[in-house]
Ligand binder design. Sequence first.
Ligand SMILES: [Zn+2]
Ligand SMILES: [Zn+2]
Length: 264
Amino acid sequence: MIKFASFSSGSNGNCYLLSNENTAFLIDAGIGERTLKKRLAEIGLTLDNLAFILVTHDHIDHIKHLGSLASRNKISVLATPAVHESLRYHPCTAGMLKGLICEIFPGEIHNRQGVEITPFNVPHDATETVGYHINFFGERFTIITDVGSVTDDIVKYSRMATHLVIEANYDKQMLSDGEYPSYLKKRISGGNGHLSNDETAKALERICHPGLKNIFMCHLSEKNNDPGLAYKTVYDYLSRSGIEIGKHLNLDCLPRRSTFSIEI
Ligand SMILES: [Zn+2]
Ligand SMILES: [Zn+2]
């Protein structure tokens, strides 16, 4: 039985999990060990089950607890060379990942315990940011959190997925009407910031294919988005393209602060 879980999603911290009977691993480590233990227990796992951690990029909401979690529990950390170089000096990880570093390369398949992992570059304003395409014992997951614009590579790897996690960060109107300072509004809506609900919906029109079973929208902004609105935006776009949510595929918004899990 394959499990996908989201333990936390958004600027408050990001942490996702894939597991089966033999292995389990995290994508990003933006939540503390105590919270993680609780979240793992909710789905019948412990820290001992974790074989490795994939890192998408070096923003604090993705790596805040990476150093302590990996070093205390001796968990390997898989990231690109540029991200590892940045983690060497980052206050959350400096001096903590010795002996746990595993370099992986964009566009190249890395096989770890039978899991095929392919990182690919995505545009975002961190040192280097990757999405992951993961062949997890026949179920294909593509995970794209934090991305400013949709590239051909993103569409390519997403179209290979049977389960897609993709950012829907903000509603354009809510961001523009909201209280954020204008430099931050520019950063978020720029090509190296985050995706709006409309941008995600438009991308999904290109991405959807008959083999896609689940779309999980992640990293929703607390101030500039609303799960109902994100869901409706994507639902409406896809309906207009003849794709019926609930019939052809499932659509969910991942909660910011609680566990969402699904057995596949
Ligand atoms: Zn983030
Ligand atoms: Zn980021």
